[in-house]
Design a binder for this molecule. Structure first.
Ligand code: BTN
Length: 331
């Protein structure tokens, strides 16, 4: 890590103690000039980190600013492999891109990449994922399990159960899962999951997968893009609570480790099914490029959505998207 980058981390830590601290004392403590300290503070501000300043008392991190560092997460981690190798970045295009690059270079099973901000956060089906600073948890984990290609298809649904459990455990909520990868709270999306994998065709096996999880943690209603206001929400907006993202990251790592153990036996499926917000509803599904309406009746052991077509035939769908259909009179 460069000296300046390291200094930014040190200053961020110094400013997060709720107490004001003067530029002079920081400069003396670390052997820099006051103007260098003020330059670092301004660079932190440029990254969206809100720092108060007072002529006499010095600098202090705004109380509502939640910092997320490797140390803070590691202190709370109770896992065997997830997060043991951990990278926390201030800004990156996409934590999934970064994690895939690390995986190509041989990063170990369980490596986690987290960013404060993503400039090109990606969602499923080529969509983008809004990822401003001091707002969400943008988390990607590399796994290298010995899975067949068929089994690899279960990773996203298994991760969805781990995310839903994490939120319910920390916020005492009852999250819902919208097949296949969205977590809902209060009828709106609070988290999306994008799993990307590299497979070995000769072996018919997975080489590695990157599970990318984006959770809207803090209330951003004032600054959210208008197209998201009706469809997305945050944990803070729904519960009124602001938990540190480091705590969510540590709990999520623990639950991912627990649920991923159940992939082979499919033991995570009953929870996945019980949390579905589509079963029993009339849905619109895109099948073979065509939009059809049907009733969502069940989820099978491979996490496929079972729909009943109007003629009565059942179809098991394993990709694409299903939405609750609008009743005719609303259209
Ligand atoms: C979706 O809603 O379709 C999936 C969204 C997945 C977003 C997460 S944020 C961390 C990781 N990095 C990305 O670029 N995407 C995933």
């Amino acid at each position: 890590m460069s000296e300046k980058k390291n200094m930014k981390k040190i200053i961020l830590k110094e400013l997060s103690n709720d107490e004001f601290i003067t530029g002079t004392s920081l400069a003396e403590k670390y052997g820099y000039t006051r103007s260098y300290i003020s330059k670092i503070v301004n660079e932190l501000r440029d990254r969206g980190i809100e720092i108060e300043s007072d002529k006499q008392k010095g600098y202090r991190l705004l109380k509502r600013y939640d910092i997320i560092t490797e140390d803070m997460i590691k202190r709370q981690l109770g896992t065997i492999y997830i997060g043991k190798n951990l990278v926390v970045l201030q800004k990156v295009d996409s934590t999934n891109n970064y994690a895939k690059e690390l995986a190509r270079k041989g990063a170990p099973h369980g490596t986690v990449v987290i960013a404060e901000e993503q400039t090109n956060g990606r969602g499923r089906l080529g969509r983008s994922f809004n990822s401003p600073a001091n707002s969400g948890l943008y988390y990607s984990v590399i796994i290298r399990p010995d899975y067949s290609i068929e089994m690899a298809q279960l990773i996203t649904s298994c991760a969805a159960v781990a995310v839903a459990e994490t939120i319910d455990e920390l916020y005492n909520t009852d999250t819902k899962i919208k097949w296949v990868n969205d977590i809902f709270l209060g009828g709106k999306k609070v988290c999306g999951i994008l799993t990307e994998a590299s497979v070995s065709c000769e072996a018919g096996k997975l080489e590695y997968a990157v599970i990318g999880i984006g959770i809207n943690v803090f209330d951003m209603r004032d600054s959210a893009p208008p197209e998201l206001k009706d469809v997305a929400t945050s944990l803070e907006a729904e519960t009124g609570r602001r938990l540190p993202r480091s705590c969510i990251a540590a709990t999520l790592s623990k639950n991912l480790e627990k649920e991923l153990k159940k992939i082979r036996s499919r033991k995570f499926i009953p929870v996945y099914k019980s949390k579905s917000n589509l079963i029993g509803k009339r849905v619109s599904v895109t099948m073979n490029g065509e939009e059809i309406q049907a009733e969502a009746v069940d989820i099978d052991l491979n996490a496929n959505l079972i729909i009943k077509l109007d003629g009565g035939n059942l179809e098991h769908i394993n990709s694409g998207e299903a939405r609750v259909a609008m009743p005719e009179y609303v259209k």
